[in-house]
Design a binder for this molecule. Structure first.
Ligand code: URA
Length: 434
């Protein structure tokens, strides 16, 4: 087999065989195929796409390029949830204890934040002592004891993806459905869960800008699940404004805690209940979505999900006094609330820009090696569709610098777009696909 022939085949829009795809991934791993040839093949894939079988074969080859996590020592059906990345997305911190308290099992591996999107691990590390580096046995023990755990992804998981992702980043080949789907699914499948719920974010603050491409990505990933005999389902959810009101590490943990105490923002609660319902169906705890919704709601309202949060945080070494009294979590030294300078209906709240603002305040990373400030971030006081008067609260900025620059204040104001006429509220869940 020869890599030049494989590149030429994809250039001519022909279908690659399983063996050819495996040959490519093997060549990446043993470094017999140089980066310029892989880059060329990545571009041919980006331009011509891949068939369902090719995507399944690529995912499988990538999946076995590193460690495969064996979770068979965990009793029951393990369900995982993966979000394609948004702003203000603290869903996993609610879903772990909510699904576990309702009888499901969540063994989740998460990542860190980069650029405008935050990462669940960084958020959880706002809690003093919380250990995201459990070894495999400790991870299994916590899940068996509590019903949920969230840890960092092992460095050895899907090694080919690390190489391919950094090549894609510098060769304008990130935006390929085949490559995104195989990258995400190879990691999810190697992480060992039996069922996966994908939360595909659509909108200004997300990878997928419109519903058609979101739908295509979701069904491609579901197809990979079918190819490899896993139950994969998807929700398409709106990222045309940040999720909930809080952006920033400890601020998002506080919003997740509030939600588990039945005092969180309604749109965020709705997403948590809907996704929990699907996960409970996948875990065979309930027979259908409606039953799942009833059970999830009852588990939340009864306080059982909050109790489970405390058990889980304690099991991973976190300081539960900070959960019971969120004033003890890290807070920035300074706060400034900006007031609306005009009256009107809010038409857009620019999620990606707000994510970048939070990053510039120190809440996120520009480079993987950057340190995180857990206390800084943003709290929104308005949502799309709301009417504001002059001087109504717009946003509070939590910052640690002595002075907040005019540039940052202007950036915050620019994230709110007004309309003179009424605007509809945003639907949180756009579609469910299974
Ligand atoms: N997330 C991933 O893990 N991979 C992609 O290609 C895009 C988003």
């Amino acid at each position: 087999m020869n890599i030049v022939d494989i590149i030429a085949k994809k250039r001519d829009n022909l279908t690659l065989t399983k063996e050819e795809i495996q040959f490519w991934i093997n060549g990446i791993m043993d470094e017999s195929i140089p980066e310029y040839q892989s880059s060329s093949l990545l571009m041919a894939i980006t331009l011509n796409g891949m068939s369902k079988e090719e995507i399944g074969d690529l995912t499988e080859a990538m999946m076995y390029s590193g460690d495969i996590v064996d979770l068979t020592a965990i009793e029951g059906i393990k369900v995982d949830k993966h979000s394609t990345g948004g702003v203000g997305d603290k869903t996993s911190i609610v879903l772990g204890p909510l699904v576990a308290a309702a009888g499901g099992t969540v063994a989740k591996m998460s990542g860190r934040g980069l650029s405008h999107t935050g990462g669940t691990l960084d958020k959880l590390e706002s809690i003093e002592g919380f250990n995201v580096y459990l070894n495999q046995q400790q991870f299994i023990d916590v899940v068996n004891q509590v019903g949920c755990a969230i840890i960092g992804q092992s460095d050895n998981l899907v090694k080919a993806d690390k190489i391919l992702y950094s090549l894609r980043d510098v060769t304008a080949t990130v935006d390929s459905i085949a490559l995104i789907a195989s990258s995400i699914m190879s990691k999810k499948l190697a992480s060992g869960s039996d069922s996966i719920l994908l939360d595909v974010k659509i909108g200004e603050g997300a990878f997928m800008k419109d519903i058609e491409s979101g739908r295509e990505l979701a069904s491609t990933m579901i197809g990979i699940g079918q190819h490899l005999n896993r139950d994969v389902r998807a929700v398409l959810s709106n990222m045309n404004q940040p999720l909930g009101n809080a952006i920033g590490n400890s601020l998002e943990v506080i919003e997740a805690i509030d939600t588990l105490q039945n005092k969180g923002p309604k749109d965020f609660e709705e997403l948590c209940l809907s996704t929990a319902s699907i996960m409970l169906t996948q875990a065979h705890v309930v027979d259908n979505y409606e039953e799942g919704k009833r059970l999830a709601l009852e588990t939340l309202r009864s306080g059982k999900a909050f109790e489970k949060l405390i058990q889980w945080i304690a099991a991973q070494g976190g300081n539960i006094e900070q959960i019971k009294n969120t004033k003890l979590l890290p807070h920035s030294k300074n706060q400034l609330t900006l007031k609306s300078k005009q009256a009107g209906w809010i038409k857009d709240v620019l999620a990606m820009e707000l994510g970048k603002l939070s990053m510039h305040l120190g809440g996120g990373r520009q480079k993987v090696t950057d340190e995180i400030n857990h206390g800084v971030g943003l709290i929104l006081h308005t949502r799309v569709g709301e009417k504001l008067n002059i001087d109504d609260d717009l946003i509070t900025i939590y910052y640690d610098d002595e002075i907040l620059s005019q540039e940052r204040i202007d950036e915050a104001y620019d994230c709110f777009i007004y309309s003179d006429t009424p605007v509809d509220k945003i639907e949180m869940i756009l579609e469910t696909i299974d």
